[in-house]
Design a protein around this ligand. Structure first.
Ligand code: C2E
Ligand code: CA
Ligand code: CA
Length: 737
């Protein structure tokens, strides 16, 4: 979710930047255009200035020449046009003039080309005969029909004007001075009168067609020019300098400035787009640069987004995939579990599973093999899962799963199938060793419950079957919960019970198999609560073994039995050896050896009256240590009994290496006496024991048949309900006597 937002964020930033770039680009283009337009106008102004200068120079030099000629042909009296023209012809040859001539007061002329037209109607004639020098507007040559410009000035006869001297040039001659080179041939210029009439046409093809009056031409070429025409007219009338833009095919600027001759105006014209190529060039470069920047930026953005995505994916992979099995991680499991618990209508079980002694697998076979095993187990989970169900490795060798179910039996069947697949796999050598797994199943009651709690419940149930041979799974249900609560309350009560001496010893006699004489007894702990209820050891010994209180209980009973024996002894009563159970937990702390010895010494009881029962299972674990312990206990004079023989894994050979005195055949053996296999085993055990001089006591003898059978096989002693149940000290003493 957060990642998606980030992506959106990046995209928005990217788009904003692109937009900003477009805006900047557009503004830049506008500014640039404006700048260039201003530039065009400035340049146009310069061009206008130059044109004016050029025209003025030209006119001045023309007049200078004309003046010089005028001076030479002017006379004191009797002006002779014929003579003057002869002079002119010489000059005209030197200069590329169209024609020169003298106009007499009546308008008749004497020209260098002998055309001699009457020029009375010409403005220049009228001006010059009146004594002024004058430049004409463009005129149609009377003879050649060419367009010409005429310069004229008066010729004097004494003080009086007697004629007009003129020189006509082809219009091209003056047009040359108006050529606008600044704008790559796109610019041109006109000279007009104040009323807009054309004096000199530019001769440019780009100019107005049939150009006679600038205002008229402006108005006629485009409707959009009305304003420009009006402005131009006003400005020219008031003698101002400035520019207007107008349309003639394209938009153009027209710069107007007084020429300084005849009130004439110079109009310099250039298309507004004359600088477009420059602008376009700059813009293209700008576009390219910005495009590159944008591209670089987009590529960068792309890479950032991609890197971000990859990072996200990698994070998800790390978070959501179990690195060993490749399946769901626990984090993913929890996420999915929440959905299932929220959405599913079905009843759901939370299952926790772990592999017994997996640590040993890792240590013995290496982690690679351990991981292989985990993957194998994962596959079995996969095979056993139904659609919609989920499972994952929690940590180490623990797996968790959510299974749907209708009936509890259904789960039992599926778990059995799971175990079967596991064993099949083991047989097919998919794992190198025997795999034993235990499962705890929590039948979810409230789907809104904390998922961690669900797991704890499942684990708790599973823990109770760990290491058990008869059961590989346990349900966490109301029964289980009650048991837990009961256990908890027992645990809480036990300590104070010990202080208040609520624990007492019961005694179960042992009899000589042949003489049926009582030859001994076993002390069995009982918890006699204040309210008189009797709690059997099966209910609290396992708990005491778990929480460590067993040491205290064992010592307490041991002391109690010693004290009792000594009391009876002192009272002069007959006593028999009594065996006391010693939990295997004691063997982890060897202090008990000296402690027990001290108790016996302190009480002053001869050690042959006390015996110790060790369960068979401890013999399996560390025979070396056990042998040392037994040797030391022997030194003090205690006899050692091996309890529950036949329930564990001990081999008969073990009997040879551990120096026990008595072997107690477990009740389960005795129960099996009537099947031939059981009989054979009992026989061989007794035979071996006899050869090793170990006495055999049969436990849990309940029937006469059992008794006879055991007696006949050579069993030394018998203990069981058939003879006597465990009983209080008083009952035991009275039985004895
Ligand atoms: P265990 O040492 O094997 O003791 C024999 C158990 O078998 C006793 O159960 C006894 O009452 C029962 N029993 C004897 N004869 C028969 C019979 O004919 N039929 C049947 N069904 N049962 C018979 P109890 O007293 O309930 O003790 C259970 C276990 O508690 C003992 O098994 C022993 O492992 C443990 N325990 C008892 N007292 C102590 C003690 O002081 N310290 C330790 N560490 N464990 C003790
Ligand atoms: Ca026992
Ligand atoms: Ca026993």
């Amino acid at each position: 979710m957060r990642g998606k937002n980030k992506l959106k964020h990046h995209l928005i930033i990217g788009l904003c930047l692109c937009l900003a770039m477009i805006v900047v680009l557009a503004s830049y283009a506008a500014i640039l255009q404006n700048e260039l337009n201003q530039d065009t106008i400035d340049k146009l102004g310069e061009v206008s200035e130059q044109t004016i200068k050029g025209l003025n120079n030209k006119i001045d030099s023309e007049f200078a020449l004309l003046q010089e000629i005028g001076n030479t042909i002017s006379v004191q009296e009797n002006f002779d046009p014929q003579v003057a023209v002869t002079e002119l012809k010489k000059v005209a040859k030197r200069h590329s003039v169209k024609r020169m001539g003298i106009i007499m007061e009546d308008g008749s002329s004497y020209t260098t080309d002998n055309a001699n037209p009457n020029l009375r109607d010409r403005q220049y004639f009228r001006e010059s005969i009146a004594g002024k020098r004058y430049v004409s507007t463009r005129l149609m040559d009377k003879k050649s029909q060419d367009t010409v410009i005429v310069y004229s000035l008066p010729v004097y006869e004494g003080e009086d004007v007697c004629a007009v001297l003129f020189v006509a040039y082809d219009i091209e001659e003056i047009q040359k001075t108006m050529e606008v080179t600044a704008f790559g041939g796109e610019g041109y210029a006109y000279v007009v009168t104040r009323s807009g009439n054309v004096v000199i046409d530019s001769g440019s093809e780009n100019g107005f067609p049939q150009f006679t009056n600038v205002f008229k031409s402006l108005r006629e070429t485009s409707n959009d020019n009305q304003e420009a025409a009006e402005k131009l007219r006003k400005e020219i009338l008031s003698g101002d300098t400035g520019y207007v833009s107008f349309f003639n095919n394209v938009e153009k600027y027209m710069y107007y400035e007084p020429l300084g001759v005849n009130n004439w105006y110079v109009l310099s014209v250039v298309p507004t787009g004359v600088m477009d190529s420059t602008r376009n060039f700059i813009m293209i470069i700008t576009y390219v640069v910005i495009s590159i920047l944008v591209a670089v930026f987009l590529v960068l953005l792309f890479y950032i987004i991609r890197a971000e995505n990859q990072k996200k994916k990698e994070m998800e992979r790390v978070l959501y995939i179990d690195n060993v099995t490749g399946g769901y991680s626990y984090a993913r499991f929890c996420k999915e579990a929440q959905k299932i618990l929220r959405d599913s209508e079905s009843k759901i079980a939370y299952i926790s599973m772990d592999i017994d002694k997996f640590k040993i697998v890792n240590e013995l076979y290496g982690y690679e093999e351990g991981n292989k095993t985990l993957r194998f187990v994962w596959k079995i989970w996969k095979e056993c899962s139904r659609p919609g169900e989920i499972f994952a490795r929690f940590a180490a060798d623990r797996f968790v799963a959510l299974w749907f179910y209708k009936e509890r039996e259904e789960l039992e069947t599926r778990i059995a199938y799971f175990q079967e697949l596991l064993q099949q796999g083991v047989q097919r050598k998919q794992a190198e060793y025997n795999l034993h797994t235990t499962l705890g199943i929590y039948l979810i009651k409230d789907k809104n419950e904390d998922i961690q709690k669900m797991m704890n419940y499942a684990i708790m149930a599973g823990a109770t079957v760990k290491g058990r041979e008869d059961k590989d799974h346990e349900f966490f249900d109301d029964d289980f919960k009650n048991k837990l609560l009961q256990k908890k309350s027992i645990e809480d009560q036990m300590k104070s019970a010990l202080q208040h001496e609520e624990f007492i010893a019961y005694y179960q006699p042992k009899f000589d198999a042949i003489s049926k004489e009582m030859v001994g007894a076993e002390a069995l702990i009982r918890w006699k609560k204040k309210d008189g209820t009797m709690v059997m050891p099966g209910q609290f010994i396992p708990i005491a073994e778990q929480n460590g209180l067993i040491h205290k209980l064992d010592r307490y009973i041991f002391r109690e039995v010693c004290r009792q024996q000594k009391e009876w002894l002192d009272e002069g009563k007959k006593i028999v050896p009594i065996s006391v159970n010693l939990s295997q937990n004691n063997l982890y702390n060897l202090d008990f050896i000296n402690e027990y010895k001290d108790v016996v010494t302190k009480v002053g009881l001869p050690p042959q009256y006390i015996q110790l029962e060790l369960t068979e299972s401890v013999f399996f674990e560390n025979q070396q240590l056990l042998k040392q312990i037994i040797d030391r206990l022997h030194q003090f004079g205690f006899r050692i009994l091996m309890d529950d023989f036949g329930t564990g894994y001990s081999s008969l050979l073990m009997l040879k290496s551990v120096p026990i005195d008595v072997l107690k055949l477990d009740k389960s053996f005795v129960d099996d006496f009537d099947d031939s296999r059981g009989e054979k085993i009992i026989k061989s055990v007794i035979r071996l024991a006899q050869s090793l001089e170990i006495e055999v006591t049969a436990e849990g003898v309940e029937t006469q048949e059992q008794y006879h059978f055991l007696k006949n096989l050579g069993c030394d002693m018998v203990q069981g309900f058939y003879f006597a149940k465990p009983m209080s000290a008083e009952a035991f003493m009275s039985l004895m006597n």
